[in-house]
Design a protein around this ligand. Sequence first.
Ligand code: DLL
Length: 437
Amino acid sequence: MATKYLNENIETMPRDELKKLQSERLVAQVKRSYENVQCFRDRMDELGLKPEDIHGVEDLYKLPFAYKKDLRDYYPYGLFAVPMSQVKRLHASSGTTGKRIVVGYTQNDLDMWAECLARMLTGIGVTKDDIVQISFGYGLFTGGFGAHAGVEKIGATVVPMGSGNTALQIQTMIDFGVTVICCTPSYAMYLGEEIEKMGVKNQLKLKAGIFGAEPWTEEMRKQIEEKLGIKAYDIYGLSEVLGPGVACECEDQSGMHVWEDNFIVEIINPDTGEVLPEGSIGELVFTSLTKEAFPVIRYRTRDICQLITEPCSCGRTHIKMMKPQGRSDDMLIIRGVNVFPSQIEEVLLKVAGSEITPNYQIIVDRVNNTDTFEVNVEMNEDLFFDEVKVIEATEKKITAQLRSTLGLGVKVRLVNPKSIERSEGKAVRVIDKRILN
Ligand code: DLL
């Protein structure tokens, strides 16, 4: 089958032209950010840099980094580069200390986002004759609405299902003749298992799936493809840079093309900030070239990854990123939801500070291909000697608050005082038993 492009000129643009386009856009973006974003201007000034010093991609390394913490420090709109009257949409995600981070989009940003997704959909053979079920969460999370706009752009039929209610998800796929499914890879595995249990695989019309928002392995890809009888494609993105669609797989399934007309990607040493040579493993750093409302320059993703520069069989010239291998910070991704241990600690202390000790442990595992999430917390002596129903009520109180803060189901267990193993160095707060290779 011949490769299909949504925007052939851009997707197959020779690399030297692409670099020229990036350079022009970078110069303009730096100037706009300098003029409109105080934090960026201050950092440039500190380095003695002026927008005129940036002539193109070759000067990128001179620019200051941006961090997730900045989004918290300038919460909610301090990093926006346009007046709110031009911001058409807001999305949000977890921040490092529990405070949400907020990102905004102008109409042009939303159009660019839809195009990124539409390029992927077209590239993997999705057309207006397809029926696409979106089982990413809708709402402040970027997954649902992000994918939705791409599907609408190519004129396919969108089924805006949202997450949860597995039986209804499967019934919908069968009844509506769904041909493409979008969700997290762990949820795809779960759907596959339920479909097997129900014995309804032969009633499905699925041919492809688009999965992302959390790390997954080639082994998981194989299993999902088998269980659902589809081809499974990877999609990467993060709220700060866009949402899903910053990088997308093509038919070749050999890495995700970063849409380099909209983003510059670098790999750096996470400890020193030094830019690493082609092919190295390090931290992904993105610069958005066309984003208007919320531009980021040299944004440190904390995702550890490798880029591939070899030409792709699909003919696209845009660089590919491999599956991210992990993160250089303590962010956990549980059932697609970003969770920081500090968020959990904050809730524990706030709701039950007088009944518990500050010793807790987060245990994450993957059972039947679904992430499990438990928090064990030590009671203090007073609670320990109290009635069982008081202990249960405390457990319930913590569970409810954690659920509502994280937007994620969790099992909380109050354990005996001094029963959580003490460590000699840093406290081991997180036990992540999921094995990702
Ligand atoms: O997860 C956006 C998204 C939605 C991507 C739907 C793909 C599909 P955030 O909630 O801001 O945004 O989380 C971003 O999730 O820095 C990675 O650590 C991780 N991540 C996202 N996609 C992948 C992927 C969305 N394909 C964080 N593989 C990122 C591995 C991924 N990790």
